[in-house]
Design a binder for this molecule. Structure first.
Ligand code: TYD
Ligand code: MG
Length: 457
């Protein structure tokens, strides 16, 4: 006989409570507790778990550590975001807005892997086998090693994995899968949690790399519990604006590599194409010589990327000036503007300021400070900086320009793209060689830096 039990789960952090509460004691969020009725059947849980696949505890000295064998696809950008290829037995979550191209990306990766003779099982709970086939035709995918299966019941998925014996499994999407022993609706907190735990077990015991597709809610989080992100090994986000055709794949968490690594793709008629030189793409539409525009060499993971920062500073018609930032932290912009007011005596109090990183990239490292600050000044004074200048440096509260990491790589990237001058922290000079064709200017304070860019300072 099955017993019914009701419980309340927070869909933000997964906190479990016996009664409903307005505020989750786990994460402090309001209105996140949802009721879920669970039917618990008697008998051993997880009847389809095979004892042969369970592992035993062993002394650490007996653990073999063979060379880490990553599976490298022909899509270099994808390999890099994962930290150098796919790790067998890993569970990877790919989140993104609907229609951004998650299924397309994974089908292309599946095609590449199956063409290498590795068996792939693509499980689609969202689209029928025919729909997936149509997409595969559009992408020109033909491989006898690529298996397609349209099912949402986890028990059947498990059986099919047993039968097909794939090396890679794609689950599109985790929100559609349901565990037969959990009665709440697919996509609910307990379903997503139980299914992910089961898939994790399959990945680890059978040494299969499993990719899960996860939908993103309006607030930009993966729907279902945040716990999903904690459970998996790697979290990748696929981002981009619908009306632009470039897409950014970003690693947010990676147990096997560095985070914040990004890969850039272009969505074309025949699928996604890697962009091998992203700086060129981001600088393509730049209006050279426009006031308010500056270029920064920012590190995205292990790679430097040149991006344009744009500012628009105009007199306000409100009591409170407006400050808006896209792609950079708004508080950081406010702080930099306060530094300009205090240290440079600029009257920004009555100015609205809009800051934007062109191309939809998000920058979150302090090394972009100097470029943001210079861009604000450039718009405020309505004077353009030299289009061949590139700015790198963190700005401190006393107006000093502080040292940043990986300066050599950043300056090299700027030189490679034809920049003639790099304004960098003075403390970063020394111990490395300047690349050819670029003048490197070390500055100690924002005043030094601004003087090198604007006539009347
Ligand atoms: P899709 O992979 O279905 O997105 P998701 O799985 O994230 O919901 O991508 C759908 C969009 O991509 C759709 O608008 C059509 C477009 N697309 C192309 O532009 N070229 C292609 O080759 C394919 C397959 C899709
Ligand atoms: Mg899809």
């Amino acid at each position: 006989m099955a017993k019914k039990k009701s419980k309340f789960l927070c869909n933000s952090c997964g906190y479990e409570a016996a009664k409903w509460m307005g505020r989750c004691p786990g994460c402090g969020e309001w209105n996140t507790m949802n009721e879920e009725v669970e039917v618990i059947s008697k008998g051993p849980r997880g009847a389809f778990q095979h004892s042969s696949t369970t592992t035993k505890a062993i002394p650490i000295i007996n653990v073999d550590t063979p060379e880490e064998t990553r599976i490298v696809t022909q899509m270099n950008e994808f390999n890099r975001v994962l930290g150098g290829g796919i790790v067998p037995g890993s569970l990877v979550l790919i989140g993104g807005d609907p229609g951004i191209g998650k299924s397309t990306l994974l089908l292309q990766v599946s095609a590449l892997l199956s063409n290498q003779g590795k068996r792939v099982l693509y499980i689609s709970g969202e689209e029928s086998v025919r729909q997936t086939k149509l997409r595969a035709e559009r992408l020109g995918v033909k491989s006898p090693e690529l298996y397609i299966y349209s099912e949402t019941n986890l028990e059947f998925l498990n059986q099919t994995i047993e039968e097909v014996q794939p090396k890679f499994v794609i689950v599109d999407s985790i929100q559609t899968v349901h565990h037969p022993e959990v009665t709440s609706a697919p996509g609910s907190v307990s379903q997503v949690r139980e299914c992910t735990a089961e898939l994790m077990r399959i990945a680890k015991t059978k040494n299969i790399a499993i990719f899960l597709v996860g939908h993103v809610t309006k607030e930009g989080q993966i729907a279902g519990p945040r716990i999903l992100e904690h459970m998996v090994d790697t979290v990748l986000y696929f981002e981009g604006e619908r009306h632009h055709n470039h897409r950014i794949l970003r690693s947010q968490k990676n147990r096997f590599g560095s985070t914040n690594e990004i890969a850039i793709f272009e969505m074309l008629h025949g699928g996604l194409k890697e962009v091998l030189n992203p700086s060129e793409l981001f600088l393509q539409e730049r209006s050279q010589g426009a006031p308010g525009s500056t270029i920064v060499a920012s590190m995205e993971g292990t790679r430097p990327i040149l991006v344009e920062i744009q500012s628009l500073v105009t007199p306000t018609s409100f009591n409170y000036p407006k400050r808006m930032a896209t792609g950079v932290d708004q508080n950081r912009v406010q702080l930099l503007m306060a530094v300009l007011e205090k240290r440079m005596g600029m009257m920004l109090q009555a100015q609205d300021a809009y800051i934007k990183v062109a191309g939809g990239v998000k920058l979150d490292e302090p090394a972009i400070d100097l470029a943001v600050l210079t861009s604000v000044v450039s718009s405020f004074k309505d004077q353009a900086v030299r289009p061949t200048d590139c700015f790198i440096g963190e700005v401190g509260l006393t107006g000093e320009v502080r040292r940043v990491s990986r300066i050599e790589q950043r300056v090299q990237e700027a030189a490679k793209l034809g920049f003639k001058r790099a304004i960098i922290p003075a403390s970063n000079i020394g111990g490395w060689e300047f690349p050819e064709g670029i003048q490197v200017v070390g500055v100690e304070t924002i005043s030094d830096s601004l003087k090198s860019s604007f006539r009347d300072l």
